[in-house]
Design a protein around this ligand. Structure first.
Ligand SMILES: CCCCCCCCCC(=O)SCCNC(=O)CCNC(=O)[C@H](O)C(C)(C)COP(=O)(O)OP(=O)(O)OC[C@H]1O[C@@H](n2cnc3c(N)ncnc32)[C@H](O)[C@@H]1OP(=O)(O)O
Length: 217
């Protein structure tokens, strides 16, 4: 139970927790839109200064009551693992795209995505570190749904063509083999017509204390 700004907030209630997650996800999305507005704005300098002051005030309001670390890894009401604070897939984290990953019956994974102007690296194209981050996470998720959840040991990325932002793309990945605690996963980001832009291969290693801990249902 928290007392904040005249309101009593009961975080222990499951219903309230879901409503709170939805509110935080909406805040995360609004912040992403703010980030894109910042990188694209052409408003006059005095308006920029005025908005900056308003944002400082808003930042202060959010800091009035805060956690010591981002939202935790948890099991959702439908029984699936979720990590709402994750830097790539977390809806509550403005850094996240967020990547919305679907698993297939064959235990491969896919995610429809569109990068934003704030992901720009080379002029007009997405930063290679951003696409590598997406590949790292998606390949890690593919290892997990195949029953081999692990930490990235190595990630090899081949940039075949520049990646556009603002266009629909498809990322896919699949676990290819395991030897003991080591698992190999392949993935790619492609245009809707199948043209591959980025290819990646990762070696994921299940830490000893994770063995059996994240086995899929
Ligand atoms: C559950 C949901 C998951 C959702 C997806 C999340 C994806 C997130 C992806 C990430 O970003 S993870 C963050 C980036 N990666 C790291 O921070 C990893 C940091 N490194 C470590 O924590 C440890 O080094 C690691 C767990 C990878 C390995 O430690 P261990 O102590 O378990 O390894 P050990 O020394 O026992 O070696 C086991 C085997 O792995 C090999 N190995 C270890 N580290 C390696 C490495 N980095 N690259 C290649 N091989 C490696 C090692 O040679 C050996 O091979 P052999 O069995 O054949 O002898």
């Amino acid at each position: 139970m928290f007392y904040y700004g005249g309101m009593t907030i009961d975080l222990a209630s499951a219903g309230n927790a879901e409503a709170r997650q939805a509110a935080l996800a909406a805040l995360g999305q609004q912040t992403r839109e703010l980030i894109d507005a910042v990188v694209l704005t052409e408003v006059p300098e005095d308006e920029i200064t005025s908005v900056t002051a308003e944002l400082a005030a808003l930042t202060g309001r959010l800091r009035a009551l805060r956690r010591t670390s981002p939202q935790p890894f948890e099991i959702g009401p439908d029984g699936t693992p979720r990590h709402v604070g994750n830097a790539v897939a977390g809806p509550v984290n403005p850094h996240a795209l967020p990547l919305i990953i679907e698993s297939t019956p064959e235990r491969t994974v896919r995610a429809e995505l569109a990068f934003r102007p704030s992901h720009e690296g080379p002029p007009g194209w997405v930063h290679g570190g951003v696409t590598a981050m997406i590949m790292d996470h998606l390949l890690g998720h593919a290892a997990a749904v195949a029953g081999s959840a692990g930490m990235t040991g190595t990630l090899s990325v081949r940039y075949r063509r520049p990646v556009p932002y603002g266009e629909p793309l498809l990322a896919t990945a699949e676990h290819t083999r395991s030897e003991g605690r080591k698992s190999w996963v392949d993935g790619r980001i492609a245009l809707p017509d199948g043209t591959v832009l980025v290819e990646a291969t990762g070696l994921f290693i299940t830490p000893s204390d994770w063995v059996g801990r994240f086995d899929p249902a």
